[in-house]
Design a binder for this molecule. Structure first.
Ligand code: H2B
Ligand code: FE
Length: 347
């Protein structure tokens, strides 16, 4: 039988509460467990969201004020309904200072490390969405901007979704974004996605038409996919949207959000240390990523990085390749997104 999948935009409302909450015991969490086991089966604990066990090493787990603030903010996501504006958050001076520390460090690296699409879009985010060291951009404003560029929109989310729910959102050109920020004690480290990762890492690329198409292609393939195929798509997502590199003439640049929001790994990925292969979805889908290298603790907080990265020729090329790959997966139907009605047509 085909796994359930969302057919209309408002079906995404049902994802709201299926998330891992910060500091909760991992083993109690079926949703997160599947992700964890996925990565264990790839013999890796991913650097980007958790260095060992989320919760146990979360810098905010033992801070009651942080936890209270988190629930205040995640409550917006919990009660959010499709089509409604995302409420703005009045971020505190301490939260803004945390953002500022990340913003300062990352924007120093972008000029040499980020891909040309990122260079083109980032100044537009500064002009239109309040991207500044002393201001945390508001999700609604960013969502409006993305909608004008590519039709992508943001939805607030309480935390990590299952791979299936998260990828299904892409079919609708929806990116699920957290709205809270990491703990102030470690501004350059987070074991899970937060606004810094979403807004500085992910958002710029969703304003690029080819990248938007590429992302939606993964999303469409994920609708009703078997668990086995879903795992492949999640792995492709991991090696592209999170950790992707791309070719620019004789240079290699970063476009993956996990790289563009992590100082240590960005530098590492662009160095000669890791292996780099041309992007091929059927290979990336099965790629294991073994634990070998550790980030310097002072830089990334002690994560574990992938040792192989995939280099895309262009987002258009990557999109065509993912489309061909998706067509090779067996699914007893095909799907199309109708942007006028915001529904999935099953053919
Ligand atoms: N959920 C959220 N909220 N943000 C993410 O970046 C994310 C997720 N990534 N769920 C997903 C899982 C990714 O690691 C893949 C698809 O498994
Ligand atoms: Fe991410």
């Amino acid at each position: 039988s085909v796994p359930w999948f969302p057919r209309k935009m408002s079906d995404l409302d049902s994802f709201a509460e299926k998330v891992l909450e910060m500091g909760e015991d991992l083993s109690k969490h079926q949703f997160f467990m599947s992700r964890y086991i996925l990565h264990m089966s790839h013999l890796v604990l991913t650097a980007h969201f958790h260095s060992s066990i989320p919760g146990s090493d979360h810098p905010g787990a033992q801070d009651p004020a942080y936890r209270a603030r988190r629930s205040e903010i995640t409550n917006i996501a919990k009660t959010y309904r499709s089509g409604h504006p995302i409420p703005d958050i009045a971020y505190t001076p301490s939260e803004i200072a945390t953002w500022g520390a990340v913003f300062r460090r990352l924007t120093l690296m972008f000029p040499t490390a980020a891909c040309r699409e990122h260079h083109y879009i980032f100044p537009l985010l500064v002009q239109n969405c309040g991207y500044r060291e002393d201001n945390i951009p508001q999700l609604q404003q960013v969502s409006n901007f993305l909608k004008d560029c590519t039709g992508f929109t943001l939805r607030p989310v309480m935390g990590l979704l299952t791979s299936r729910d998260f990828l299904n959102g892409f079919a609708f050109r929806v990116f699920h974004s957290t709205q809270y920020i990491r703990h102030h004690s470690k501004p350059l480290y987070t074991p899970e996605p937060d606004v810094c990762h979403e807004l500085l890492g992910h958002v710029p690329l969703f304003a690029d038409p080819d990248f938007a198409d590429f992302s939606q292609e993964i999303g469409l393939a994920s609708l009703g996919a078997t668990d086995e195929d879903l795992e492949k798509l999640a792995t492709i997502y991991w090696f592209t949207v999170e950790f992707g590199l791309c070719r620019e003439g004789d240079k290699v640049k970063a476009y993956g959000a996990g790289l563009l929001s992590s100082f240590g790994e960005l530098e590492y990925a662009l160095s000669d240390a890791p292996e780099k292969r041309p992007f091929d979805p059927s290979k990336a889908a099965l790629q294991k990523y073994p634990v070998t290298e550790y980030q310097p603790v002072s830089v990334a907080g002690g994560g574990i990085v992938a040792v192989v990265y995939f280099i895309a020729e262009s987002f258009k090329d990557a999109k065509d390749k993912v489309r061909d790959f998706a067509a090779s997966l067996k699914r007893p139907f095909s799907v199309r997104y109708n942007a006028y009605t915001q529904t999935i047509e099953v053919l």
